[in-house]
Design a binder for this molecule. Sequence first.
Ligand code: ZN
Length: 257
Amino acid sequence: MVLGVTFWFLLSSALSVAEPTNDLAASRKAVVYSSCKIPNTAALTFDDGPYKFMTNISDLLVSKGAKGTFFVNGDNYACIYDTKVAARLQYAYSNGHQICSHTWSHPDLQTLSENEIAGEIAQVDIALMKILGVASPFIRPPFGSYNTLVRQVAFQQNKSLVLWDTDSEDSLNATVAQSEGIYDDAISANLSTILALNHETEQTTAQELIGYAVDALQAANYSLVTVAECLGLEPYSFVGQLGQRDTTWFCPEDDDS
Ligand SMILES: [Zn+2]
């Protein structure tokens, strides 16, 4: 009896060791970036769109000689394929901002299975290819939440994870003054680089906070660049032509026909 248990223990141990080495891809994990790398750069990032303030944010950044990075969902505040939404996305992209994935439906990826995680990533990849003609190598996990499985699946889909080192707390009920104070504190700390989290779905972020943050960061001699630029990486793993609307441009959840 004891021998039998020992045998099964050894066999199961051998199997559990053998499994990852038989599937190298499954054991490799996506890189996680939490900060920029190029000195004197600041990357302003905007999550949870594309939403109605995207155009305003794009125009504001361009008017100040700055670029931003948008981590977009497929179907969160709006369906990415809706006519106005897709047009805003193409507008921001065409104005030089970087577009990355924030998953299709904004779930906590730690709660999902391997297939579900893969689907959340793939659906946005398909949308960005259809609408912008690009493939993004960057994904921001909703809530900054990830585990080893998330990193493994992301790696298999050629993604790096992008977090942040400065949270404006605009989605955490911070007042505009408090969010401005967070930028002031980051600048006062004399950080070499800043990778800041904002939400394009917050009206006060679009209309008040970002103008202040850009002015303050530029006055402190930061270059306002995209995440790819602040990391010294290429923004896209594939760049083609802007897409033309066809019958596949719809969100399955909204299909009430
Ligand atoms: Zn989010």
